[in-house]
Each structure stands twice: as C-alpha cells, then as structure tokens.
Design a protein around this ligand. Sequence first.
Ligand code: B16
Ligand code: MG
Length: 215
Amino acid sequence: MINYNNVKAVIFDLDGVLVDTAVYHFEAWHRLAEGLGYSFSTVDNEQLKGVSRVESLELILKWAGLEKSKSEKEALLQQKNDWYLELIEQLSPVHLLSGSLELLQKLEERGIKIALGSASKNALGILEKTGIVGYFDALIDGNAVQLSKPNPEVFLKGADALGIAASACLVLEDAQAGIDAARAAGMQVIGIGEAENLKGADLVVADLGRLVEKF
Ligand code: B16
Ligand code: MG
C-alpha cells in the first residue's frame, strides 16, 4: 500500500520508466555479447537493468566464462556505448513511455518535487532529447554516484539534493536492483512492469499513466 498523502518528492528512474531506452541497452549488449560468442538472452538482460555499464560488462564476461584485460574491457565498454549512442541518436518526445509527461505535469502542478535517480551516464542527453529536462528539481545520474544500485546512494543523494526526508520520497523503478536500492534508502517504491521482476515493491503497475490520478 502506498501512502500518497505523505509523498513530498518523486524520484524517477530513467531507462524503462520515463523513456523507452531499455530496448536499446538490450540491443547494444546483445550485439557485444554475440561478438564475444555468448548468446545473450532477455532473461540475462533483466539482470542488467538498472546496473551500471561497468558492472553489466563484468556480468556478461562471467556468464560467458571469459577473462579480459583492463584495456580490452575499456574497449568493449566504449564499443557498447558507441552502439547505444548510435541507437538513441534519433530519440525524441515520441519515445517517452506512456503516462510520463502527464505524471510529470501533474506533480509539477501539485508542487511535488521531482528528481532523477538513474544509473546512466547518458541521462542528461536523453532528458534533453525527449524534452523533459525542465521538470526536474535535481538530477542524480551515473556520473554523480560511486556505488551502483542496489546500493541506495543514487536515491539518498536525490533526497538530499531536494532537501526532503527519505521517508517522504517515492521511487518509481523498472528494475529489481532499483527496487532493492529504494527499499535500502527507506523510501516507498512502485515497480513499473511485471511483478515477477520487481519483488519487494510496495505496488507494481504497468505504466506511469496509472499513477496520474493518485496525486
Ligand atoms: P549507461 P536506469 C540504467 O539506467 C540502465 O537500466 C542500465 O541498463 C544501464 O546499463 C545503466 O543505466 C548505465 O547506463 O551505459 O547509459 O551509463 O534504468 O538506472 O535509468
Ligand atoms: Mg531502469
């Protein structure tokens, strides 16, 4: 059960919550893994959601049973990001997920603070391309944190930047690592997607549109 009356700030995950970019991360990792001779599945991909670029590569190398030097890993990370950036080059407001804009508008109207809590180092460019950067009171992304989700650092920094207590923050997440991070931060959390991939969420909904009327 979510206590909506208590919510003074909403912290949004980016990929897979606001913007339909999760599919491009999948495509780029898939291409990279196939090049390494590893058949990368959608089940594997689920475990990479919300996880940093470096840690995602480490997982793929582990699954593939491969060892790479530091410089080889750097080249692979660069290649993955180059492909990802190529794939999102044409990103525009049409790539906003259902209900994103409506929920951001409603929260702004209601005077509820809005922050981003994303693992992505490409977050700012994505918010600009999709035209929603102006809604955010604080932006915490992969460049601002040391520790990856499920560590709560990204969300705690978001609450801190807004000056709002963790207990009054609501996190919206599409990844298990993000649900775990929000709980570790002591925040309420709503999972966006399928309940089986979002264990421990206070509520799971299919998309952000379901939340507009709650505020
Ligand atoms: P980048 P989120 C995460 O973003 C993605 O879910 C994850 O798949 C990606 O590896 C990670 O960002 C790092 O992204 O390579 O762009 O720095 O879901 O936390 O918004
Ligand atoms: Mg995500």
